[in-house]
Design a protein around this ligand. Structure first.
Ligand SMILES: CC(C)(COP(=O)(O)OP(=O)(O)OC[C@H]1O[C@@H](n2cnc3c(N)ncnc32)[C@H](O)[C@@H]1OP(=O)(O)O)[C@@H](O)C(=O)NCCC(=O)NCCS
Length: 312
């Protein structure tokens, strides 16, 4: 079979059940519900996802998804796409569908002037190398034993949703590159169906989002997002100490988080006991217009947390 035997096209609303069937055939261990589809592909705050499919024998057999974000690059807001959910039906693998969809999608992004980032798995990472994405760094996964701490519990107030008062925090964080973390983004991101998140406001100085999950028999607390105004960075260590306290309270033995090397909070994480999670072998890739590449291809410029990956 050659590329002339299939067609590539944008997905339409009418493809929803075929897209769900394909996803649930390829990854039955992490099935998508119709609610997950709506949240992920139609309700993002920057607009519906760019979804491309390959069709063969009248069946939808390969999928390539880019969800829309707004990327903060040196104080300016740029259109951005996160590529995710790339998959091909087992009967149609090895025919070049992923590589063809990847090449075509990247040229569309270049025409629009989009920035992009992605967290591929081992099966698809070479497609990003081959098509010209920049290999930014390994996923900066950290972990830390949750030992008993004295926590300053008055530092953070738990809230059920963020209000527009958080909108000034991200632009004031003194970080060069990262997805815009407005209240609208945070409220959408942390309402992923089937997940429970804890959201906190750190006075007027920052915000924190935590999630609990099970790793085998171990209960883990993950720091999905922690952002502080630049003037409040000294709070990072006390907040992390507080998170260790929350983790102990909830019966977790381990804390995890993602913080790039060179990020302004990395030292605080290391000082409270976080160290690299050597089991994580994934890479992050980025792309963008030539004039922005020097900034977005520097890993120490990024704020990159698990909140940037819609998988968790
Ligand atoms: C990864 C995947 C999308 C590749 O799709 P595909 O249409 O078969 O890919 P292509 O034919 O364009 O080949 C792309 C790469 O996949 C490899 N590949 C193709 N068929 C494969 C198979 N059956 N098993 C493993 N790798 C395979 C090719 O060798 C090629 O590798 P390279 O880039 O290192 O040369 C597909 O194997 C898949 O759906 N896997 C499960 C879902 C998944 O893990 N997706 C990635 C999530 S980020």
């Amino acid at each position: 079979m050659t590329q002339s035997d299939w067609i590539m096209r944008p997905a339409t609303a009418g493809d929803k059940s075929a897209v769900l069937a394909l996803i649930n055939t390829v990854q039955p261990h992490v099935p998508w519900s119709p609610e997950q589809y709506d949240w992920q592909l139609t309700r993002g705050p920057v607009g519906p996802a760019e979804v491309r499919v390959a069709e063969c024998d009248g069946i939808l057999v390969s999928l390539y998804v880019g969800t829309r974000k707004l990327l903060w690059v040196d104080g300016e807001i740029r259109p951005c796409v996160m590529v995710q959910d790339v998959l091909t039906h087992p009967n149609y693998r090895g025919m070049g569908m992923l590589n063809a969809l990847a090449a075509s999608f990247l040229s569309e992004m270049r025409e629009r002037g989009d920035c992009g980032y992605t967290f591929p798995n081992k099966l698809s990472e070479n497609s990003f190398r081959r098509s010209g994405w920049y290999e930014l760094s390994p996923v900066p996964a950290l972990e830390c034993d949750a030992s008993l701490q004295e926590g300053g519990t008055d530092l953070a107030v738990e809230v059920s949703a963020f209000t527009s008062s958080v909108d000034t925090i991200w632009p004031d964080a003194g970080i060069a590159v990262g997805v815009m973390r407005t209240a609208e983004f945070l409220n959408w991101r942390y309402s992923r169906p089937g997940n429970v998140y804890r959201r906190f406001i750190i006075s007027d100085a920052g915000f924190l989002i935590l999630k609990s999950y099970d790793r085998g028999t171990q209960k883990v607390v993950h720091i999905c997002d922690l952002v502080l105004r630049e003037s409040a960075r000294a709070l990072c260590k006390p907040i992390l100490t507080l998170v260790k306290y929350f983790a102990m309270q909830s019966g977790a033995a381990l804390l995890t988080g993602w913080v790039p090397i060179g990020h302004p909070y990395r030292h605080a994480y290391e000082e409270v006991g976080f160290a690299r999670d050597t089991k994580n072998d994934r890479f992050i890739f980025t792309t963008g217009p030539a004039n922005l590449l020097p900034t977005i291809s520097n890993k120490s410029h990024w704020h990159m947390s698990q909140g940037d990956s819609d998988v968790y």
